[in-house]
Structure formats: structure tokens, C-alpha cells
Design a protein around this ligand. Structure first.
Ligand code: ZN
Length: 238
């Protein structure tokens, strides 16, 4: 398929070894992101909470789930949130596959999101945050910067609502990227109730500390325009 039109980002991100975990900015901007959806059960509930608090977030969707639940993807888009690419199958070792297989996982997800929303994702987050030189090369070839996260409370492991809230609030800093999940997890860890319970306190706690919620695109745009200090790079995430 055609490239997705993101050359400005590609240029700005040149020198990227793997993914970016946070983007330092001089404003108290923070990005809330949700991985592994859409989920029929949890994504609508996340959307309700975001609406109640009047904030926008970024959803890194799994392509085959987007194909199965297009109406939910449309609702995410209609509510003004950003939809990005989290691969087609969420394979455990995607980053170790051949370039052809890596790019198929990415491109099929680009296509399904475009078919549903009319807009291609502009960023890619690899499954489990695992990158490789080949994955980086493929993402550069496809003009899709890799976005990790800097705050990960591990909500898929159900650490408890209080832990999710406290990890996020004590780790918050301008330009941070928070990773939560509206889907995912194995067996009894598929239950996202702790994420839903924590979310209102997370949002209110960050608002009380003066943070302004932005999408990944907004954070990257602001970072590039403000020409801040060099990007923070954290190669490994959980
Ligand atoms: Zn994931």
C-alpha cells in the first residue's frame, strides 16, 4: 500500500534507535493512551469516563479487533480521540519477524483503520513494547514513528486500583505518555475493571496537579514546534 504521509515526523525523529517513551515539553502536557482494544465491553466504558472528564486520549488498536468491532472504532473517532496502530495480531515476537511479515502486520492495520475512519494512523506501538533494529527500519520505511510510554502501571496484571493510581500520579511529568489498556491480558487478567475504577482518580489527580491532557499527535506536534531539548529515549518497556 501507499506510504501514509508522515515524512515531517520521520525527519524529526531521525536518529531514533527504537521507540520514544516521553517527549519533554515546557508545558504540563500529558498523554493518556489505551492499548489492545477495541473491546466490546470496556472501550465504551472508557469513552464514557473520558467524556465525563472532557479529555481526549489516544487508542492504539489491534487491527483484527478493529475489523471485528468497527462501530466501536467509529465511536472512538467520533468522540474526538486519536486512533493509532498496535499491529494486526499483537504477536509476541513481532519484532523478530521478517520485514515482510512485520510490514504486513502494520499495513493491514493501517488499511482497516482507514477503511473504518477515513484516516490512517500516524504512529505505531509494537506489541509488548518490544522493538528491534528491523522493526525500527520497517517503521521508518512506512513513515510511522514508534511510540512507547513512560508510565506503565501494569494494569493488565491487575495490581489493584490504588497501585494504578499512585504509580501514575507519582510518575507524572511534563511530556509523559501513560499506557493503560481497554483490552488485552491473559485468562483472568482480561478483566479491565481495575483500569476503569482507577481512571477517574487518575484523570482528576492529574488535573489537580495542573496537567493538560493531549493526544500523541498533539504532544509530538508541540514537541517539534517548541524545539525542546533532545528527545528522551527509553529503549525498554514492559
Ligand atoms: Zn499491547
Amino acid at each position: 500500500m501507499a506510504l501514509f504521509g508522515c515524512m515531517a515526523f520521520l525527519f524529526a525523529f531521525s536518529g531514533c534507535g527504537h521507540g520514544y517513551a516521553a517527549l519533554p515539553v515546557d508545558q504540563k502536557f500529558i498523554a493518556l493512551t489505551f492499548d489492545d482494544g477495541p473491546s466490546q465491553l470496556y472501550t465504551p466504558k472508557v469513552l464514557e469516563i473520558l467524556k465525563e472528564h472532557d479529555i481526549k486520549a489516544t487508542f492504539f488498536v489491534i487491527g483484527r479487533q478493529a475489523q471485528a468491532l468497527p462501530e466501536i472504532v467509529r465511536n472512538v473517532k467520533a468522540a474526538g480521540h486519536e486512533i493509532e496502530n498496535h499491529s494486526w495480531n499483537h504477536l509476541f515476537l513481532l519484532s523478530a519477524l521478517s520485514p515482510r511479515k512485520i510490514e504486513k502486520e502494520i499495513c493491514t492495520t493501517q488499511d482497516i483503520v482507514f477503511n473504518i475512519t477515513g484516516e490512517y494512523p500516524a504512529f505505531f506501538r509494537p506489541p509488548f513494547g518490544w522493538t528491534s533494529d528491523q522493526l525500527t527500519i520497517s517503521c521508518q520505511r512506512l513513515s510511522l514513528p514508534v511510540i512507547d510510554g513512560s508510565i506503565q502501571p501494569g494494569d493488565t496484571a491487575k495490581p489493584g486500583k490504588a497501585n494504578i493510581v499512585s504509580i501514575i500520579l507519582r510518575s507524572a511529568e511534563p511530556g509523559a505518555i501513560i499506557i493503560l489498556h481497554d483490552g488485552g491480558g491473559f485468562r483472568f487478567y482480561k478483566n479491565r475493571s481495575e483500569t476503569l475504577e482507577a481512571l477517574p482518580e487518575v484523570i482528576q489527580g492529574l488535573k489537580d496537579r495542573g496537567y493538560i491532557f493531549v493526544t500523541i499527535k498533539e504532544l509530538v506536534d508541540y514537541h517539534i514546534k517548541s524545539a525542546q531539548s533532545p528527545l528522551i529515549h527509553k529503549a525498554t518497556i514492559n
